[in-house]
Design a protein around this ligand. Structure first.
Ligand code: SF4
Length: 373
């Protein structure tokens, strides 16, 4: 192993940078995974794939990508679709703001740009929901613009390659790693280079146990040379994720169930759900369920039957749902907070987009309705 010197700047020499580009691109050409969005350089499918990939792993995205393209094969089809339809197709993929923004961006492309897609990084960034990552990915892959993509995989690979001590979750990490990525980027093949770096992070330079023995750039890598793979990248320790106890009521009246729709903005915006909310200190789940339903819908409920308890994790917090089936004495709803409501038959619930935490108790709910039919 070479002695580590803090002054050494890795991959700064022209020769090592050229060797890095050549080896990475060659490796990518020979080893890239066969992915549906790589069969085209059309802006629409590439854009949609990058929207989905922004927060989600490839294996999860593939079936959603196929389903989305079947339902909305063109930007016009997406622009003309009802938002509820888009959210239903997106259901289960999470981070629903991505779907809402893609829908709105499609409308901008069709209605305000006569169906013309942006053709540069700067132009892509003017669309709703398109930030540095998506704009750089699409501009480099579709338009060949030399702009680097910096995502979680890329930051990890670059931190190891260049022994960069900047924590990858620091507020200035993007700017730091963007500089390094810009320096390394192949001006001739920016799209393939960006995909190659992301691919290396996803398949070889793994968060734990990087596969250095089969890495095409190992001899150019600072972490490999100095055995620093487990120390890099650095991270600022995360605060403990809080867990909230939530009471949820499946309100029944004359065989129909009440569902309410969340506001379009914010977490899970636009999705349907069963009314409920946080259990206060000293409150029982049952009392919280009655109170929340009263506050959110104006309904008084009785005859609460515990249905299920469900744990679900979001990116910054966890929830512990206490779910009850209960009876409403009337169906006169006065909404407070939600934007819409419906009384539906249990078998109609499948038609609506619900959050994953609600989906988890659907089997228990359907079994309950079958047993009481
Ligand atoms: Fe990552 Fe190892 Fe390759 Fe360095 S040599 S880039 S640590 S896989």
């Amino acid at each position: 192993m070479e002695k580590r010197t803090d002054k050494m700047e890795y991959l700064s020499e022209d020769a090592s940078r050229d060797a890095f580009r050549t080896r990475l691109l060659q490796w990518f050409k020979e080893n890239q995974r066969e992915l549906p969005w790589r069969r085209t350089r059309e802006p629409y499918p590439v854009w949609i794939s990058e929207v989905m990939l922004q927060q989600t792993q490839v294996a999860t995205v593939i079936p959603y990508f196929h389903r989305f393209m079947e339902h909305f094969p063109t930007v016009q089809a997406l622009a003309n679709a009802d938002l509820q339809q888009v959210l239903k197709v997106w259901e289960g993929l999470g981070y629903y703001a991505r779907a809402r923004h893609a829908h709105r961006a499609a409308q901008v492309i069709v209605q305000e740009r006569n169906g013309r897609f942006p053709t540069s990084f700067a132009e892509w960034k003017t669309l709703p929901g398109v930030g540095n990552y998506i704009a750089a990915a699409v501009a480099s892959i579709v338009h060949g613009e030399a702009v680097p993509v910096v995502d979680g995989n890329v930051k990890r690979v670059l931190a190891r390659l260049t022994d960069n001590p900047t924590p990858v979750n620091h507020s200035r990490a993007y700017a730091h790693y963007f500089q390094t990525a810009s320096r390394l980027l192949s001006p001739e093949e920016p799209g393939d280079f960006n995909q190659a770096l992301m691919e290396l992070g996803a398949t070889v330079c793994l968060p734990r146990n990087p596969q250095c023995s089969r890495c095409p750039v190992a001899t150019l890598c600072a972490a490999f040379q100095h055995n620093l793979q487990s120390e890099l990248p650095r991270r600022i320790p995360r605060k403990t994720v809080p867990t909230y106890a939530i009471a949820v009521g499946v309100v029944v009246h004359n065989g129909q169930v009440l569902i309410t729709r969340r506001k379009n903005d914010g977490l899970l915006g636009g999705l349907w759900e069963f009314p409920g909310g946080k259990i206060e200190n000293g409150e029982t789940p049952e009392a919280a369920c009655k109170r929340e339903i009263q506050e959110e819908t104006g309904l008084t409920v009785t005859d609460l039957i515990p249905l299920a308890t469900v744990n679900h994790a979001y990116s910054h917090f966890k929830v512990n749902l206490h779910v009850f089936v209960c009876q409403a004495q009337s169906r006169k709803v006065v909404l407070n907070g939600a934007t819409d409501f419906k009384w539906v038959a249990p078998e109609e619930l499948e038609q609506f987009p619900f959050p994953g935490a609600n989906r988890k108790f659907f089997p228990a709910l359907m079994a309950h309705f079958r047993s009481t039919a």
